[in-house]
Design a protein around this ligand. Structure first.
Ligand SMILES: [Zn+2]
Ligand SMILES: [Zn+2]
Length: 334
């Protein structure tokens, strides 16, 4: 059973923003004004629990990160193999049993593969652990590769298993403030044609087959005094689209830090140059690029966006972004 949360009921202030008024309306329906009272997070720490590179624990093609914002913990994505995040958290001394809320950025197995194992393992210590799963519409849509009848969306089967394990899905079709100053974008408008996904997969929709652009892809955005800290899973909506939408949502604040997967590993030099230019214009100061960002892409973005060895780093398992202390790369990526 899905629990459809009326965003407007959670955050009346945002409804006013989305409806627009005065100057915002003059700029068109896409213009969002700053919410009346944007809470700012003062303490923020994001720890990588799944990505390719690992000094400690297990590396894999996958992504997961633990967000700690003013004492509130949220798990963002759950890695690829069932045991990876559970084992990496133990290895790193990170206790996930108190985490009740988990965000799935999108349906891909490398972000959702650990959730059932985590829920079952952690529920033994705390029945509420990972019991609320935040998603965007489209995550359960059936997918097929061209010429195949095999279901490509692991969430179709996981849905029942997770609900039987006591978890509840919370669907966000609009931006929502998950905790004070911690936002989920919901589905992200894509004015820039970044086409940041692999072609070949089709969505089986009521009106027929269509290319899978991963419409449910969403990011987590933290408002701070330094600007926005934006956490992406694979960035399938396109990192420039995600950054632009996050900034519009939160009053045009600079995009201080981008953390996570940007899906730029196969991007052309031209795309990387354009992306770096856009990120620099958005005010980017810190980049912890993990998972599908690509190693060369992180180095190119460092150079092209005017960042440094300390401020643009390839993420490793256990590496972290901290609002006060910056990026801790651990050993190999320093
Ligand atoms: Zn993906
Ligand atoms: Zn991915």
């Amino acid at each position: 059973m899905l629990k459809h949360v009326p965003t407007s009921a959670i955050l009346p202030a945002l409804l006013g923003v989305l409806l627009g008024a005065g100057a915002a309306r003059a700029q068109g329906a896409q213009a969002l004004r700053q919410p009346a009272a944007t809470h700012r997070v003062h303490s923020l720490h994001i720890t990588m629990l799944s990505t390719m590179l690992a000094d400690r624990g297990i590396g894999e093609w996958g992504f997961s990160a633990l967000v700690e914002a003013d004492g509130r913990k949220i798990l963002f994505d759950t890695g690829n193999y069932p045991e990876t995040v559970l084992r990496n958290a133990r290895e790193l001394g990170v206790d996930l049993s108190g985490v009740t809320d988990v965000v799935l950025s999108h349906h891909h197995a490398d972000h959702t593969g650990g959730l059932l194992t985590l829920r079952r393992a952690l529920a033994a210590a705390n029945p509420a652990a990972l019991s609320r799963i935040h998603i965007a519409p489209g995550i359960f849509l059936s997918r097929r590769e061209e010429g195949s009848d095999r279901e490509e969306n692991p969430m179709v089967a996981l849905r029942d298993s997770l609900e039987r394990a006591g978890a509840v899905f919370v669907v966000h079709d609009k931006p929502v403030e998950l905790a004070p100053g911690v936002w989920l974008t919901g589905p992200v408008p894509r004015p820039n044609n970044e086409r940041n996904w692999s072609p070949g997969t089709r969505i089986i929709a009521p009106d027929g087959l269509r290319p899978d652009s991963i419409p449910e892809d969403m990011s987590l955005v933290v408002a701070t005094d330094k600007g926005l800290v934006i956490l992406t899973g694979c960035g399938h909506a396109g990192i420039v689209n995600i950054v632009a939408y996050s900034r519009r949502l939160l009053g045009g604040a600079p995009a201080y830090a981008v953390v996570g997967g940007l899906h730029l590993f196969a991007a052309s030099d031209q795309t990387l140059a354009w992306t770096a230019d856009q990120l620099r214009s958005a005010g980017l100061v810190m980049l912890l690029g993990g998972h599908c960002t690509g190693i060369e892409a992180v180095y190119r973005l460092r150079q092209l966006a005017g960042l440094t060895r300390r401020t643009a780093v390839v993420a490793a398992v256990g590496s972290s972004f901290d609002l006060d202390r910056g990026i801790d790369p651990l050993a190999l990526a320093q």
